[in-house]
Design a protein around this ligand. Sequence first.
Ligand code: CU
Length: 367
Amino acid sequence: MKIRAAVLEQFGKPLVVQEVDLAGPKSGEVLVKIEACGVCHTDLYTASGADPSGYCDCVLGHEGAGVVAEIGEGVTSLAVGDHVVTLFSPECGQCVNCKSGKTNICTAIREQQGRGYLPDGTARLSKNGKELRHFMGTSTFAEYTVMPEIALAKVDREAPMDKICLLACGATTGIAAALWKADVERGSTVAVFGAGMVGLGAVVGAKMKGAERIIVVDPSAKRRELALQFGATEVFAGGSNGAAEVIEATAGLGADYTFEATGRVDVMGQAVEAARLGWGKCTILGVAGRGEKLEIIPRFLITGRTVLGGSFGGAKGRTQVPLLVDMYMRGELELDGFVSHYLTLDEVNRGFDLMHKQDGIRSVITF
Ligand code: CU
């Protein structure tokens, strides 16, 4: 079929929105009509050419929600008409990692997905007979996409797509980290470094868990203001001083839980340092550049701090994203405030500009 999609043709150049070809779903695959899609930093990062594992030509986008339009052979867990959230992190339920219950890092399709192909090693996307690759196994900057069944989370049909698409990446990363990965305790003190989408998600999750104090550290005054709206109780500007500010605000102790959501290794170091002696838990969520190293003073560990991390906040996509959607529908989980701009697919490059300018939190493309 012919669809419109935003294609990365050249690193460092604007995406080109155009008509491309999409083949139907093969065995174990599903055709999804995309209804809404967030514009995320990972898209921008790949488009810029800074990601050494990036590839093009490809259709970008990975924060999608939509409706199942057609199922391939052997697909049993989804039917036409089901509403789904796309997952760059699949959950096959069969591999050693999935079966362990201890991790969300499913190994079923990792290798091909990393190269931009569907699990069988081929692409469904093409233009004039020339293959286009599938970004993150999702390619949601498009009217339709074909994805593996194991990379789609079936969710409540009543849920608004233009909000729950955020649960495909950024929002879930922060929220799941606070709810499940770090498992924030009621009455505790939390410090969040970085108040972008992921950091604010951690604030939302910490608040849901009943944290008493939520300290947010971010150099941007606008973002500190937003953090207060999302439930931060105190905010600091950070910079090289971030750990010291948190330690001082907690009578020299540090926070019970710290979250890092910047991708900067110096800030990760601050988040470790700002975790409380004895039991402070530091959760690393930002993605650092390849080859960068996080330095930790061993004394911080020997005196009882724990450092952990999790891609997608450790969330198991097919199991836990539907739970988050249900929480949203019950009014327990804040998502609406994350959407700052609505765009059309043709305006996708404007979404990147807004991100460069740090204007708002998330732009959402609706179809
Ligand atoms: Cu993302």
